[in-house]
Design a protein around this ligand. Structure first.
Ligand code: SF4
Length: 148
């Protein structure tokens, strides 16, 4: 059966910051994400991990790499002018809202769209483009380690 998005879906980020600020959440990082951000910030990889990242338990003794957030739950990369790493933002941010969990079915898409004014407006993403973005997350999973 064809996915509900087979005719494409519209998205154009309104840069409202609702998904980057004020609510707790996780921005998981692939190895490539972390390397790009460390380079952008002029930090050694290990320094970037200890300063900007946290390891989130995900069961079975495995932990997943995520950005830290500020005490007010803003993303740690959020600055006075918005995202301070926009050009090198993590894949999780770059591929939103074309995540497996969001495009699983129309109800999930609609529920997420209630929180995001960029969904259902803007550029039309065709099925091939949506599936390319979904595949990127699979090809570049979040970095993990065994709990210490
Ligand atoms: S909530 Fe939607 S429109 Fe607002 S910043 Fe996030 S992706 Fe963009």
């Amino acid at each position: 059966m064809a996915p509900f998005y087979s005719e494409g879906l519209r998205f154009g980020c309104a840069r409202c910051s609702l998904c980057c600020r004020r609510d707790p959440g996780f921005v998981f990082l692939s190895e490539e994400d972390a390397e790009a951000l460390a380079k952008r910030l002029g930090l050694e990889y290990s320094s970037f991990l200890s300063t900007y990242c946290r390891w989130i338990p995900s069961g079975g003794g495995v932990e997943v790499l995520s950005l830290k957030e500020k005490l007010n739950y803003d993303c740690i990369l959020w600055g006075a002018d918005g995202c301070s790493a926009y050009e090198d933002r993590p894949l999780q941010c770059r591929t939103f809202p074309f995540w497996d969990s969001v495009v699983a079915d129309e109800a999930s898409w609609r529920a997420t769209a209630e929180e995001c004014p960029g969904m259902n407006v803007g550029k039309l993403f065709g099925r091939d483009e949506i599936e390319r973005l979904l595949a990127l997350r699979t090809e570049h999973p979040a970095a993990t380690r065994t709990r210490r």
